[in-house]
Structure formats: C-alpha cells, structure tokens
Design a protein around this ligand. Structure first.
Ligand code: MG
Length: 348
C-alpha cells in the first residue's frame, strides 16, 4: 500500500499531487472570491482574507528566530501578500509531554514579541498536550484573518490608470507579459540558518534566518501602486513561487541569476551541501510582480525599508517562453523547474 512520504510535504510537485488526489476533491474547493482550489496564499470570501499554517520546525530555536516568530510571521505574510491588512491571529499549540516549561515560555515570549511588532494581536487559541512520542516537542499552528485596505484600492486604481488591468486581489494568476519580477531580498537565508544548527551537517555559518512579518513593508509598496501579484517564497523557495506565477497566470518568466540577491555565505553553504538556493524556503521575503511603469518606484520603496533593503528586479514575465528560464551567471540558459522534493525538510 502506498504511503505518504516526506517529499509529499515539500511544497513542490508531489505535494500538489497529494492535494489534488486526496484533499481538494473532498472539499468544496470552488467557493469564494479566491477559492481553496486556487492554492493561493490565502482564501478570500466576502472580502475576508483567511489562512492557516502549521509549524513543525526542528530545532525549535535557530539563528535569527524560532518556531514562535515563524508561526506569527508565516500567517501574517500569507495574508499580506494578497494585498490585505492582517487584523487578527488564532494560535493552536500541540505540546508533547515532557517539554521543558522554560522552552514553552521562550516560545510564548517570541510569539508575543512578533505579534506586537507586527501589530496583529492573537485573539483566540487552543492548547493540547499529547503523550510522549505523539508529537515532536511542540507544533504551533496559527490561523489569521485580514481585511481589504485603502492601500490595496490605491494600488489597484493606479494599476488601472497605467495598464487598464482589472484585478481585485493580488492573486498568483494576475501576472501578465511585461510585468517585472522583484524579490524583496536575499534568498535561502532561512533554510541555511536552520540547517547550520542541526546536528550532523558539520558546517558553521553566521547566516541568520530572515523570519519576519512583512505587512508593514508591503503596505508601503502598495501605496506606490502598480503591483499585480505577490507571494512569499516559503517551501519550495523562489523556484516554486516563480513556477506558480507562470503556471497560474499562463505566462513565461525569465530571470537573470546575476540579479538574484544571495548572501555569499548562503552561496557557499548551498554549494557544499549540493542544494539549489532557489529551492530553499524563505520566511521573510516577498516575490512581487509589478507593472513595468511602476517597477523602479516600487523597488526604491522596498529598498528604503529594513526588510527590503536588498530588493532586486530579477526578471520579467514574457509571452515568448513557457515556464521559468534563467540566464546563468556564466551566460547559459537553464529551465528552473518546480522542486520535486524539499532540499531542507522541516524548516517551517
Ligand atoms: Mg505563502
């Protein structure tokens, strides 16, 4: 009998197959303005933006963050990238018997700080304890709701004026040929930071996770206007995000390797480990498709923020190709496939 494998949880093609074969057919997945079947970052019904994310990272604490800050940022970002304003979170804790009280306290301190910094309160919660072995230390799940904001309407109004595009939310399927693709900063930091503190990997680095709520940065970018689509490149990394844009929007995307912001330490560590930094999950980045007329302005706005200081225009959507194609640093061209497995499992 076939069984679920780790690769089914990797955010790539195998995960998509599992969702399509076992999960979505059992659910009424076509309800709402952005239905479940769209597999966007959030679902939207009656202008309420709704999402949920479970977190099972190991180890619980890593350079630059921990499971608590991750759980808060992950859900806030999934709401913010739709163009919505996150307003409230719910928190579920599944705690394994034997967890040190001090660990729970540290996780809760981190959740509290991250939620205050983002300005999104936790309004509901549930806590369960399971017997030893029934969970790995602690599983933290956050759900969140967001609402339509004036800034999204401003963004859309500007978009209409410059290219007559009619959109209502920043869906993955909105990208059109000519749109510029911006990544808001260095890719791969989170996965490498988590790996660097796992036993057995035998490498040391000073890479910090990028885990961070992006709602404030995104609001500033929306005020500039011209943004058509946005996504946080978490599991599956930049490679998966770009392929989702391309497939759902029916466009090709061409990117330039030399323009992708990458910390030299992440580049070295990825090379040593034989993994592609484009496939590593990020927890504080946004990939943004912008009408070409506004791309430089949005880029400047992002670069003026702490979260987006390394933002870069890495390429554009095009009708000339299918899928995602990258011009490599040495001048070749290669297809960027959606990752099949996860090079770094359990980082979120
Ligand atoms: Mg997401």
């Amino acid at each position: 009998m076939s069984k679920i494998l780790m690769s089914h949880g990797a955010g790539g093609d195998k995960m998509r197959q599992m969702l399509e074969n076992f999960i979505l057919p059992k659910l009424k997945s076509d309800i709402g303005d952005v239905p479940l079947s769209a597999l966007d970052d959030s679902g939207i019904i009656d202008d309420i933006v709704f999402t949920i994310d479970g977190h099972t990272v190991t180890p619980l604490f890593f350079p630059g963050g921990d499971i608590g800050s991750l759980a808060v940022a992950g859900t806030i970002n999934d709401i913010a990238v739709m163009g919505a304003r996150p307003v409230a979170l719910a928190l579920s804790l599944v705690i394994e018997e034997g967890l040190e009280e001090e660990v729970l306290e540290r996780v809760m301190d981190s959740i509290s700080q991250a939620s205050q910094k983002a300005g999104v309160p936790i309004m509901a919660g549930d806590t369960k304890v399971v017997e030893k072995g029934a969970a790995d230390k602690i599983i933290v799940t956050t759900a969140g709701i967001g609402v339509r904001s004036d800034l999204l309407d401003t963004n859309i109004k500007i978009l209409k004026e410059i290219c007559h595009t009619h959109i209502r939310w920043l869906r993955d399927s909105n990208v059109q040929a000519g749109d510029k693709i911006i990544v808001s900063g260095n890719v791969g930091d989170h996965g490498i930071a988590v790996l660097s503190c796992r036993e057995g990997y035998g490498f040391e680095s000073d890479i910090q996770s990028d885990v961070c709520a992006l709602n404030h940065m995104i609001e500033k970018a929306l005020a500039v206007g011209g943004i058509v689509a946005m996504k946080d490149p978490t599991r599956g990394g930049l490679a998966n995000t770009l392929n989702e844009f391309a497939e759902k929007s029916g466009v090709g995307i061409e990117i330039d390797e030399a323009l992708i912001p990458l910390d030299p330490g992440v580049k070295t560590a990825s090379g040593l480990l034989g993994i592609d930094p484009l496939e590593i999950g990020n927890e504080g980045k946004a990939v943004i498709a912008v009408a070409p007329e506004k791309a430089d302005e949005v880029l400047a706005c992002l670069r003026a923020t702490e979260e987006g200081k390394n933002a870069s225009i890495i390429g554009q959507a095009t009708a000339d190709i299918k899928g995602v194609v990258m011009t490599t640093a040495i001048g070749g061209r290669r297809v960027v496939e959606p990752p099949v497995g996860d090079p770094v499992p359990r980082i979120c």
